[in-house]
Design a binder for this molecule. Structure first.
Ligand code: AMX
Length: 435
């Protein structure tokens, strides 16, 4: 059976030709004008990057290599007895555009389990972090430190030719993904005092091992949740802060550990991945203010008071999406199947009925609908993972899949250093004087 690395090696020559042909045919075509407003407006909608793993449609949501989330749930191999896709399979799909066989996925699970150990000095680094240091800061610190053993950094120092870059980058990316459960598990146990970390089981899948390291491996539904969670948070095309940061830093030929460490620092912002923590904090605050089983009217008033206080409603709105995020819907369906009577799930459903109308009435947000972060914390809380400051770490474990897949292709295709042009306000004024 063909390994993932062999399959990527087979695909690279044709893809190099494909890119060449695309550039020859379309290279001088324009997407239309760039508006000055886009320079001031966070580059919304400005075509700027190539990202092959996934494409985001404003109305429909994400497709991984052309496949919607429900299609991936149908198509990708599952664990024995499980019904959610294995994230290993999603990684294979992101990287190759193809669905792997069950055997290929099992081999990938084994490969990652065999690479899972982290260096002792990284363990010590984590053990010395004060428990008051945010889990995302600890996570980024540990991932950055993995660059100590980067195969790419070493090969580059030894003068590896450019067309070979992708090979050590592939190894680093596999190591990166494989080591994240041990890092996440160690942070969780250190910060929340959950005792000694168990060892990785070479015969089990990635999500089972991650769940076990966190202390939830004996709950089959939690493990299934992890499989779904890691699958749907993995990739959201290239322009979001964490994905773009990883690609940008990787373009300087910083190794995948340095590149993904930078991604994590972006994911740790409250407008991006930290929103899953913020949603839970906000729901808890609401409950303490208006009580559990509050009326629609009381929830409505609370949402308005959030907006009037100059804060955002976390988990709602999106820079690209203009409909309910299918990642939200996938989690809602999981909840309907596994925890339909959970009180917090009911509150999330109630909020879903109420917030969009208010955001529309308030008239600012371009998208009043929920995003992925409006739902994830409720599911984790249900199974006892109640430490909300940890939630973004799980998002980060998953996001490594998408960033890693693109880093491998960027090096295989010889993507150049990113260096867009910036302007000062004075330069803009001068440029358009009298125009
Ligand atoms: N609550 C209140 N106001 C909101 C809002 C929300 N959920 N979403 C957007 N707005 C406001 C913006 O703050 C902005 O106000 P301003 O003009 O005073 O600055 C205005 O509406 C227009 O913003 P936009 O064009 O609709 O959104 P954007 O592309 O600038 O930002 C996002 C997108 C996600 C940052 C924003 O919707 C937001 O802050 N949402 C809440 C935080 C959140 O859930 N983030 C997670 C996103 C998904 C992810 O990355 N994990």
């Amino acid at each position: 059976q063909v390994s993932l690395k062999d399959r990527v090696a087979e695909l690279i020559p044709a893809e190099i030709e494909n890119v060449k042909a695309t550039r020859a045919e379309h290279g001088k075509k324009t997407f239309g004008p760039v508006l000055v407003d886009q320079l001031y407006g966070g580059m919304r909608g400005m075509p700027a990057l190539i990202w092959d793993g996934s494409v985001l449609d404003a109305e429909e949501g994400i497709r991984f290599r052309g496949k919607t989330i429900p299609e991936c749930q149908e198509l990708l191999p599952k664990a024995p007895g499980g019904s959610e896709p294995l994230p290993e399979a999603l990684f294979w799909l992101l990287l190759t555009g193809e669905a792997p066989t069950q055997e290929q996925v099992t081999a990938l699970s084994r490969d990652w389990a065999a690479r899972a150990a982290i260096p002792e000095f990284v363990e010590e680094l984590l053990d010395r972090c004060p428990p008051t240091l945010h889990p995302m800061s600890q996570f980024s610190l540990a991932v950055t430190a993995l660059n100590h053993d980067s195969a790419f950094a070493k090969a580059y120092a030894e003068g590896i030719p450019k067309k070979e870059y992708w090979k050590p980058v592939f190894e680093d990316c596999m190591d990166l993904i494989a080591k994240l459960p041990n890092i996440a598990g160690r942070i969780y146990r250190n910060v929340y005092g959950q005792g000694k970390l168990p060892t990785i089981d070479l015969e089990r899948d990635y999500s089972w091992n991650l769940s076990t390291l966190l202390g939830f491996g004996d709950n089959a539904n939690f493990v299934e949740l992890m499989r779904l969670y890691l699958t749907i948070h993995s990739d959201h095309e290239g322009g979001n802060v964490s994905a773009h940061t990883g690609k940008l830093v990787g373009s300087a030929l910083s190794d995948p550990f340095l590149a993904f460490g930078a991604s994590l620092n972006g994911l740790a912002g409250p407008l991006h991945g930290l929103a899953n923590q913020e949603v839970l904090l906000w729901l808890r605050k609401m409950q303490s203010k208006i009580g559990e089983n509050a009326s629609d009217e009381a929830v409505r008033e609370y949402v308005w008071s959030t907006l009037q206080g100059g804060q955002v409603v976390p988990g709602y709105g999106h820079a690209v999406l203009r409909k309910t995020d299918p990642r939200y819907t996938a989690q809602r369906e999981f909840a309907l199947k596994h925890l339909p009577n959970d009180p917090l799930f009911k509150l999330v459903g109630q909020v879903y009925q109420i917030v969009p109308d208010i955001l529309l009435a308030a008239g600012k947000a371009k998208n009043p609908w929920p995003n992925v972060d409006a739902h994830s914390g409720v599911l984790l809380t249900h199974y006892g993972l109640t430490q909300m400051q940890f939630y973004t770490v799980l998002f980060g474990v998953s996001r490594a899949f998408g960033v890693a897949a693109q880093l491998i292709w960027d090096r295989a295709l010889g993507a150049p250093l990113e260096r867009p042009k910036s302007y000062s306000t004075a330069a803009i004024q001068k440029m358009f004087k009298d125009k």
